[in-house]
Write a new protein. Sequence first.
Length: 228
Amino acid sequence: MDFPDDVYEIREHLGCIGYTGWLADVPVLTEEDAELQVTIYPYSDLEKAVFSKAAKNDSLFDLNRLAKYLDRHSSMESEFVRNIDVSGFQNLYLKLSEPKMPETDKLVIHAKLARKEYDFTPDACIVERTIPVSQAEFFNLRNNPLQDNSIIEKYYDDMYCDNDGTRHCLLVYDEKQGDGLLIDAQGADYARYAQYIPYAKLLVEQHEQKMEQTAEPEETPEISGISM
């Protein structure tokens, strides 16, 4: 099989040879007595540079996630990857996916661009709860959206979808950097439906300011010489 691929497609391939476990439980560097023997064949210089970072605790899930990132950044050079001082696919992915601030006076937006999308028709999403979190917590959620998360589990009842398709969501954002994730877990403890939201913190602050202004009572004008 080739990487990257859809997680469920990979599980189906593995199922054909009798393995039904999770990708996160399949090590890339397998021991001789392992249940499933894995052999990786890196071809390009970039693939070889990436595989040189492999560590004992790396899994097929880690490899596939890293391959997806590199597939979206096909211009990345092998020498750049080799010079990154980390060990393991997990750490390499975290390093590569750190928010970058290019040296420019132009507007910088962090976004995940979709390739060859058919349309960009959005859903109406009501933010039921805004949740500021530390940068470490946000990075963990952003980089592992399919893992169970205590924040999503805690506010389980705030996320649902109306009959007309309106979604009710959480907006979890990095209290330092400001970007966020809009999440509708739809009964799960992970981010089943989610979208990366640039400048989420700013959007929240602007909305709160607008609500405060709307809530302020109008002052009754005083008319000189008339008593009530």
